[in-house]
Design a protein around this ligand. Structure first.
Ligand SMILES: [Zn+2]
Length: 212
């Protein structure tokens, strides 16, 4: 078994709730579920259709604002960006339009067309925890972003104070990858980003290096 992000082989395995097998990478601090615990694509899509969040859900708009608010200082009115992994309803794209930013959207299940142009900003909210192959996804995200562009990620971070084996965030069967603040340090070094903002809990903004 190799780490799905850094391909490291220094892994500790442990059991989580519902008898799920997890690995923790001692190099990049990613925790990931063993492949036998991954949902197959059809079951995964069904599960996402149940995540039917719309703009009419004020709680969901408030939730997405946690990612949008710290990103606004980096945005300018003529910028074009993308909501990566938007799910069945591109709510964040509409919120950005209200802030005079054009925002396209992509989702492998619901809107599978990727843009041709490089993006000024990308949002990946509630998305990284679903990555089976975070290395491939980060290569794709980095290729889609222009130099100096921002990548806003919202996913719940794990840390050493938590009982990870019994963490509620693991219970969702579509959640397979769990990131530590050190995992994002690794991501910055490996894919060429600077840390622009972090709340150290679930929202982090990375800025793509101009020269790397
Ligand atoms: Zn790793």
């Amino acid at each position: 078994m190799k780490c799905t992000l850094c391909a490291g082989e220094d892994l500790n395995s442990f059991k989580g709730n519902d008898d799920v097998t997890l690995y923790k990478c001692n190099h990049c601090y990613l925790i990931f579920k063993a492949p036998q615990n991954w949902l197959v694509a059809e079951a995964e899509k069904d599960r996402y259709q149940q995540h039917n969040n719309t703009e009419e859900c004020p709680g969901y708009v408030t939730f997405l604002s946690q990612a949008l608010e710290p990103t606004l200082p980096f945005l300018e009115p003529d910028m074009e960006g993308m909501d990566f992994g938007c799910g069945p309803n591109p709510v964040l794209a509409r919120m950005l339009e209200k802030n005079d930013c054009a925002c396209s959207y992509y989702d492998p299940f619901f809107f599978p067309e990727l843009p041709d142009e490089r993006q000024d900003f990308i949002f990946a909210t509630e998305c990284f925890e679903h990555f089976f192959d975070p290395n491939q996804e980060l290569k794709l995200l980095t290729a889609l972003l222009r130099p100096d562009g921002t990548l806003t990620i919202m996913t719940n971070f794990w840390d050493e104070t938590m009982d990870v084996a019994n963490w509620w965030y693991l219970k969702d069967s579509t959640h397979v990858s769990f990131f530590h603040t050190k995992t994002f340090e690794y991501i910055c070094t490996r894919y060429g980003y600077d840390l622009a903002y972090s709340d150290n809990q679930k929202v982090i903004i990375l800025r793509k290096k101009v020269v790397w």
